[in-house]
Design a protein around this ligand. Structure first.
Ligand code: GRF
Length: 202
């Protein structure tokens, strides 16, 4: 199997996936890391690991549709079995999402369906939840609402700042996202009629 990973910035989730794939000898080729920003720090990490990189800069395209068409062409040039959104900070058009139905995953830094969208840690602190976390889900046109694959919860402490809470959640992201991607590339995870199936032996 082969995967393409999309990032927008730091790329620490991408890094966790690449490191796990290498250390655990997954049956996978990481075909490319693609960013919508040429200054993404994660691109350097990918290059250092001998992974092909590409930049499709959204600022070069006047509309979301044109950007998504260009991005899709670059992704499909690598013919991946799975597209992994890892801190990819663009809203994708419905035709783009439907093209990758059942073969595109995202990680969101909250326990969905709570706190879709941006600033999830700020939202969690403002509401006063005692548990927060992260969710890996299949991507559907409804932003941050796709079928859930795996979640991890962390406590919210009364002393938490947004940054401290974000860091606690991020550590869990780095555990659950590699796990979900590994399940997919090993053929143990699939989406069937909108429902997530995970092989119990996984
Ligand atoms: C992660 O918290 C991800 O869940 C969110 O943005 C952050 C990206 O971090 N959408 P990184 O680029 O993977 O380090």
């Amino acid at each position: 199997r082969s995967i393409v990973i999309l990032i927008s910035g730091r790329g620490s989730n991408m890094e966790a996936i690449v490191r796990a794939a290498e250390a655990e000898h997954w049956p996978v080729s990481i075909a490319a890391v693609i960013s919508n920003r040429s200054d993404s720090a994660g691109l350097d990490f990918a290059r250092q690991h001998g992974i092909a990189t590409a930049v499709v800069a959204n600022k070069d395209y006047p509309t979301r549709e044109l950007f998504d068409t260009a991005l899709r062409a670059v992704i499909d040039g690598f013919a991946p079995d799975l597209v992994v959104l890892a801190g990819f900070m663009r809203i994708l058009t419905t035709p783009f999402v439907e093209h990758y139905a059942g073969r595109m995953l995202n990680i969101h830094p909250s326990l969905l369906p709570s706190f879709p969208g941006l600033a999830t840690h700020r939202q969690a602190l403002a509401v006063g939840v005692k548990l927060h976390g992260a969710t890996v889900h299949f991507v559907t046109p409804d932003l941050d609402h796709g079928p859930i694959v795996v979640q991890a919860a962390v406590p919210v402490l009364s002393t938490d700042s947004e940054e401290v809470l974000a860091e606690r959640v991020l550590q869990q992201e780095h555990l659950i996202y590699p796990r979900a991607v590994r399940w997919f590339v090993e053929g143990k995870l699939r989406l069937d009629n909108g429902r997530v199936h995970i092989d119990p032996s996984a």
